[in-house]
Design a protein around this ligand. Structure first.
Ligand code: FES
Length: 150
């Protein structure tokens, strides 16, 4: 009994931790990622969905149409992630975790996306791009926004 409870306890921890990692990288949890987590951890999809909806810190949908997540892990920070983040904050008037009033852009930070060799890395709508600088990041975001307005 104890062993079972311990196992289940670990499993619940693993589930929350996994959901956190996905949300940090992509900014939200969608159906595909919830199903993936259920399969990977061998828990019922209903349990994964239950946890994702119970905790207020999980977002089930992207708030903005586009999500830009700047890696602020050590390697990326040393290579200038702070400047990239500051530039986005200043230009769009949002802090990490916020979305522009027009709903076009959500800004997030992530601790490490496993691309330290390509630091600084930025995740654009779920796609990790390395060797970024302020200009490249701004250009990509401008591309999203100008496309939306055209
Ligand atoms: S610290 Fe940014 S990818 Fe590892």
């Amino acid at each position: 009994m104890n062993a079972t409870m311990r196992r289940n306890g670990y499993r619940a921890d693993a589930l929350i931790e996994t959901l956190h990692t996905i949300q940090e990288s992509f900014g939200f949890l969608d159906d595909v990622s919830l199903r993936f987590v259920a399969d990977a951890l061998r828990v019922a999809p209903s349990q994964v969905y239950g946890v994702a909806t119970f905790y207020h810190f999980f977002n089930l949908k992207p708030q903005g149409k586009h999500v830009c997540s700047v890696c602020t892990g050590t390697a990326c920070y040393i290579k200038g992630a702070g400047k990239i983040l500051d530039a986005i904050k200043e230009q769009h008037g949002i802090e990490p975790g916020q979305t522009t009033p027009d709903g076009e852009l959500s800004l997030l930070t992530v601790r490490c996306v496993g691309a330290c060799g390509l630091a600084p890395a930025v995740v654009f709508d779920g796609q990790v791009i390395g060797n970024q600088d302020v200009e490249q990041t701004q250009a990509r975001i401008e591309g999203w926004i100008s496309h939306a307005n055209s």
